[in-house]
Design a protein around this ligand. Structure first.
Ligand code: ADP
Ligand code: TRP
Length: 320
């Protein structure tokens, strides 16, 4: 089984990203025969036009993922833009993609409503994403449900291509990742960069502390019984615990654990859990040569697989 996913380089990682995306992907990478994870820097160009910012974000993303435990011996890690076949295949696919298909894309409309410039690249975003997937004939493409429509489009585009040119591309059967619980942020809404309610993984200790201590609670008294099911502190803390740990902690909430104490414990848990990753991240940052080497080797490995598909596509279309 081959697993593949693209990661948008979009800023500081938070607990929502970790539990909702990184941890499940680490598990997939463990189980899969081969796995491909790339930083979708060409996609990022649809929203980021500041070169310094893009440079910083793409490296931060790699550091974050390596620090969290992605193993370059097991997974192929690379920058999308280092494998030029993504852009080449995207162009070819765009010539068999009906305008109407892209016009139905919800995420394009949402982005334009948010004020992102309606460029051709933003409109054709799903075509590039289809190329990302089809180049590697991935069996499993774990993404959140916001990307479901894009995956369906990748399938539709592969079918269109095969209809025009004969069976060339493997039509992906992507498994949409099983529902991952939505991690709440400090204010109780979904944790998200756009809501300014994040608890960062690798922020400064003060920033992590401020975020945890700022979690909203109801007005129950210090010794009153608390309801773990409605308490945001507990909803976040339980993600770090196994079943037994959850039950024990829930019982303490019901027995009147003070919110202040509950937050201190969560803070300690967050620090303890991410301390080794924080250390690994700091070490990697001091050794950027090594990181660059991982990425360039990843691009070479990915390029070999992608070229096989590209050669079939060039033959099929008459470009060779
Ligand atoms: P943000 O909402 O902060 O901009 P992204 O959209 O960049 O986060 O999220 C990247 C991935 O992390 C998503 O595809 C999703 O799987 C996961 N994710 C983000 N926020 C949460 C959350 N609060 N709970 C669960 N998963 C999340
Ligand atoms: N569009 C995806 C996101 O915003 C990132 C992505 C780009 C991707 N290409 C991909 C995900 C290919 C899976 C497969 O999260």
């Amino acid at each position: 089984m081959r697993v593949l996913s693209g990661i948008q380089p979009s800023g500081q990682l938070h607990l929502g990203n970790y539990f909702g995306s990184i941890r499940p992907n680490l598990e997939y990478a463990q189980k899969a025969g081969s796995s491909f994870y790339f930083v979708a820097d060409l996609h990022a160009l649809t929203t980021i036009h500041d070169p310094e910012e893009l440079r910083r974000l793409r490296l931060d993303t790699v550091l974050d993922y390596l620090a969290c435990g992605f193993d370059p011996e097991k997974s192929v890690l690379y920058f999308q833009s280092d494998v030029p076949f993504h852009a080449e295949l995207a162009w070819i696919l765009s010539t068999v993609t009906p305008m109407g298909l892209l016009e139905r894309a919800v995420s394009y409309k949402e982005k334009v409503e948010k004020g992102i410039a309606a460029s051709v690249g933003l409109f054709a975003y799903p075509v590039l994403m289809a190329a990302d997937i089809l180049l590697y004939a991935a069996d499993l493409v774990p993404v959140g449900k916001d990307q479901k429509q894009h995956l369906e489009m990748a399938r539709d585009i592969a079918v269109k291509f095969n209809r025009a040119y004969g069976e060339t591309l493997v039509v992906p059967e992507p498994l949409i990742r099983a529902e991952v619980a939505v991690v709440p942020g400090a204010d109780g809404q979904k944790m998200s960069k756009s809501y300014g309610n994040i608890i960062p993984l690798f922020g400064s200790e003060e920033a992590v502390k401020k975020a945890v201590m700022g979690i909203v609670t109801d007005s129950k008294g210090v010794n009153d019984p608390k309801d773990p099911d409605t308490c945001v502190i507990f909803q976040i803390h339980k993600l770090f615990l196994d079943d037994g740990g959850r039950k024990t902690l829930a019982a303490e909430y019901r027995g009147g654990l003070a919110y202040g104490e509950a937050k201190k414990r969560l803070l300690q848990t967050v620090f303890d859990h991410f301390a080794p990753m924080r250390k690994r991240r700091d070490d990697l940052k001091k050794n950027m040569r090594y990181v660059e080497q991982i990425m360039s080797e990843g691009a070479k490995k990915a390029g070999i697989i992608a070229l096989e598909t590209m050669e079939r596509v060039r033959q099929a279309t008459g470009l060779r």
